[in-house]
Design a protein around this ligand. Structure first.
Ligand code: 6PG
Length: 477
């Protein structure tokens, strides 16, 4: 038997991806460093399709039809390099190594370049949707050489999630690291979405006085409207869950320290390098890290806050509607920032990424899947080269309608002392972009004063310096 695809690394994501290929009619070679996992997979799920269990790397490679398509699903970082080192010498020109882990795109670029020299096609492939997605259809973001997509693409289209209109949630994102870059930004947006939802929850609880169960119902209602999304849906599930041992809301028995594996942080680090303001995503990453500073939080517990004054019932319902507006407007801003980062990465690395196509493949399968993504696609389809999602007429109008409530929610949050860094950063971004003048002019003046760093004028071309320590006349610089 020769397998059309092979998967090495059979932890839950790899195992489910292998099963997905098999369930779609492909013969799948499977391999794992410890062979017991390979055996377990075939014993448990062998009836689902055609698997070829390989014990050694040599057996695995020999089981694959040529050109070989070898998917590696191991921990990002050193383990990925180790697996590549193990398999690359066994491969031939034209064969493909597909890395489905959450690799850093810079690593993917390095690996792609090294393997290209050996004639091996390296495809860095973002996969989103968690274990369920991997099994039933993830959103897939492959990069690497375009020609690899000719033979790999149809297989990925088959196993991927399908959007509501039936379109497969996969596209060739761009060369070398483009796929992993887009997956990284996907995760940054995921962090921001989660933070914004968290802030909405906290406001509904602390300002409006709702219980977690009531808030779950509110989220369920929101999920029938424009916020319709996987993350809102699961939020309602988590909030309505009751802890068996204590009978308390589950959310009250979980330690409130959010963890992270790094992709959100990378999104912000790279945005800093590219000079892209992703303030909402950054606040989401910082909020997670702040939550984890247990000692610092403990030491700060006695600090003064405002007098809390909970809302009455009628006011609470009206406030909940406002929070929906604030959440939606802030969400538009997060996506605006995320897509700006993708555009900037595409420009920097010459990837030529189609932003509309990216939003289209996020419509199904992935963690941030939402009806909303269809509208982003429509915005980019309506105007290629849209400078920002905020310059799309529909989004601009929606924010215009939401902004009064958005501001009111932030006023209430401030008055009651509920931290809302995501909502606040999003509004500040919006207000800064639409401002006719920014205090950046003053910053330039200060820089020129203390360091003769020069400035440009609004009325004349050129660079100038004021002789601050002398007669304060202006000279051309
Ligand atoms: C996905 C997820 C998945 C994972 C992230 C975030 O798209 O399927 O993004 O990749 O949830 O790595 O994990 P952390 O919250 O632990 O950083």
């Amino acid at each position: 038997t020769s397998a059309q695809i092979g998967v090495t690394g059979l932890a839950v994501m790899g195992r489910n991806l292998a099963r997905n290929f098999a369930r779609n009619g492909y013969t799948v070679a499977v391999h794992n460093r410890t062979a017991s996992r390979t055996k377990a997979l075939v014993e448990e799920f062998g009836h689902e399709g055609d698997f070829v269990a390989a014990e050694t790397a040599e057996e695995f490679v020999a089981a694959l039809e040529r050109p070989r398509r070898l998917v590696i699903m191991v921990k990002a970082g050193q383990p990925t390099d180790a697996v590549i080192e193990e398999f690359a010498p066994l491969l031939e020109p034209g064969d493909m190594i597909i890395d489905g882990g959450n690799a850093h795109f810079a690593d993917t670029r390095r690996r792609e370049k090294a393997l290209r020299e050996q004639g091996i096609h390296f495809v860095g492939m973002g996969v989103s949707g968690g274990e369920e997605g991997a099994l039933h259809g993830p959103s897939i973001m492959p990069g690497g050489p375009k020609e690899s997509y000719d033979s790999l693409g149809p297989m990925l289209e088959k196993i991927s999630a399908k959007a509501a209109d039936g379109a497969p949630c996969v596209t060739h994102v761009g060369p070398d690291g483009a796929g992993h870059f887009v997956k990284m930004v996907h995760n940054g947006i995921e962090y921001a979405d989660m933070q914004l939802i968290g802030e909405a929850y906290q406001l509904l609880r602390d300002v409006a006085g709702y219980t977690p169960a009531q808030i779950a119902d509110i989220f369920r209602t929101w999920n029938t409207g424009r916020l319709d999304s996987y993350l809102i849906e699961i939020t309602a599930e988590v909030l309505s869950h009751v802890d068996e041992a204590t009978g308390k809301p589950f959310v009250d028995v979980v330690v409130d320290q959010a963890e992270q594996k790094g992709t959100g942080r990378w999104t912000v680090q790279i945005a800093l390098d590219l000079g892209v303001p992703v303030s909402g995503i950054a606040e989401a990453v910082f909020a997670r890290s702040l939550s984890g500073h247990a000692a610092l939080r403990e030491a700060s517990r006695g600090l003064a806050g405002p007098q809390a004054s909970p809302l009455g019932e009628a006011e609470a319902a009206a406030f909940a509607d406002r929070v929906e507006q604030a959440l939606y407007a802030s969400k538009i801003v997060s996506y605006t920032q995320g897509f700006h980062e993708i555009a900037a990465g595409s420009e920097e690395y010459g990837w030529d990424i189609d932003l509309g196509a990216v939003s289209a493949i996020w419509r199904g399968g992935c963690i941030i899947r939402a009806a909303f993504l269809d509208r982003i696609r429509a915005a980019y389809d309506a105007r290629a080269g849209l400078p920002s999602l905020l310059s799309d007429e529909t989004f601009a109008r929606e924010i215009a309608d939401a902004q009064d409530d958005w501001r009111e929610v932030l006023i209430a949050a401030t008055r009651q002392g509920v931290p809302t860094p995501g909502f606040a950063a999003a509004l500040a971004y919006y207000d800064a972009l639409r401002a006719p003048r920014l205090p950046a002019a003053l910053t330039q003046g200060q820089r020129d004063f203390f360091g003769a760093h020069t400035y440009r004028r609004v009325d004349r071309d050129g660079s100038f310096h004021t002789l601050w320590g002398g007669d304060r006349s202006e000279v051309s610089a």
